[in-house]
Write a protein that binds this ligand. Structure first.
Ligand code: V47
Length: 356
């Protein structure tokens, strides 16, 4: 049934929208997995990457109320928090000044705070960079960048250039959700539009800032809307070229306004595999172990993924929504997980340079 698509993949032809849809609709996940694994091997051989990183969410106070998000709070609400810059530095200290923990990346993202001014974020980045000059700073989603532009009156490109000047190295791929306007209006009507997200990312790539891309799946979207999302990312990558990795994010339903259920393991593997096959111009597909769990991440490495993210240390966004995984893994545990999946573990930095 998948013969035409198989021929296209084996001869290196690009998949069309209809092909991607047929792959999502197939029950033959074994063929799908084999094809995706073939595509992954062509890009990354038998390697699977991991990183020593730490996540920091400076605040959960957010002016938006996305209906899939269990992390955000209003100012003054129970559970609302905001970290000072000092507190952020204190969270990082134990992981940078010990010979055991030579962390190479900090991932910073949080709510759209109603009172913080853009200069606060500049100072945050600058202080982290001054204190930990060897750590790569991966910070702020396209949604946050657009918010900084609105609260400061500065253009998107000026915001990006100033952040870069103060120490921003790369950007995470969050906030993309699903680009389709009808789904977005239901899920997160106040959020930056799909076109807006793509425009900020294009500006980042033009400013020389590499980014990731994500897709939140398994809630109210259809396969067509997932395919549309992937196609728009592929088009942008053809044009701008600054994406490093694509990360499908499995929706977690606990404590969210839309509720619903967890995605199935089959859907998780399908989504990784179809992403690998459609996004032929992305070098890396990440199976984010926090969302997939350890065992499914191992399987994902046989279904087209070549990266499982990192040590993380403290994860709040997925855990607020009922993550079944732990919060942290050591580099040794990550290596073992990868080896047991039959892959070669490779520690990387934020730019996928190998760390020996
Ligand atoms: O943008 C929010 C998603 C994202 C839920 O770039 C949810 O390397 C599942 O983008 N269930 C933030 N997902 C996380 C993110 C990320 C994570 C790891 C690595 C990288 C990277 C990026 O989490 C949000 C949103 O799409 N999210 N709520 C939920 N209930």
């Amino acid at each position: 049934m998948l013969q035409n698509i198989k021929d296209k993949i084996l001869s290196g032809q690009r998949l069309a929208r209809e092909d991607a849809l047929r792959l999502f609709e197939t029950d033959d996940i074994f063929t799908l997995g084999k094809l995706a694994s073939h595509a992954a091997k062509k890009k990354n051989g038998n390697k699977a990457y991991f990183i020593r990183n730490i996540h920091i969410n400076p605040t959960n106070i957010c002016v938006n109320r996305c209906k899939f998000c269990a992390f955000s709070r209003s100012k003054g609400e129970d559970g609302a928090y905001e970290l000072t810059i000092e507190e952020i530095l204190n969270k990082l200290h134990p992981f940078t000044h010990s010979p055991v923990h030579s962390f190479t990346e900090v991932h910073i993202t949080g709510g759209l705070h109603p009172d913080w001014i853009f200069e606060h974020y500049l100072e945050m980045i600058a202080r982290v960079k001054q204190t930990f000059p060897k750590m790569c700073i991966k910070a702020f989603t396209a949604t946050e960048i657009e918010y900084f532009s609105r609260i400061s009156g500065k253009s998107i490109s000026n915001i990006l250039l100033e952040l870069k000047k103060h120490g921003l190295d790369t950007m995470p791929g969050g906030g993309a959700e699903i680009f389709d306007i009808a789904v977005r209006n239901q899920l997160c009507p106040e959020k930056l539009s799909g076109e807006g997200w793509l425009a900020v990312i294009e500006a980042a790539h033009k400013a020389g800032i590499k980014t990731n891309a994500t897709m939140l799946y398994g809630h109210i979207e259809s396969y067509e809307q997932r395919v549309d999302h992937l196609m728009r990312l592929r088009e942008l990558q053809d044009r701008a070229g600054g994406f490093q990795a694509f990360i499908p994010l499995a929706y977690h339903p606990e404590n969210t306004e839309i509720g619903g259920s967890y995605s199935s393991g089959i859907d998780d593997l399908k989504t990784i595999a179809v992403s690998r096959l459609v996004l032929d111009n992305f070098t890396h597909i990440k199976a984010y172990w926090i969302m997939l769990g350890e065992k499914l991440s191992q399987l994902a490495l046989l279904f087209g993924a070549d990266d499982i993210d990192g040590t993380i240390i403290e994860e709040k966004i997925t855990h607020s929504a009922g993550a079944l995984s732990g919060n942290a893994m050591t580099a040794e545990q990550l290596k073992k997980l990868i080896k047991k999946a039959g892959k070669i573990p490779v520690e990387r930095d934020s730019f996928y340079r190998e760390i020996k």
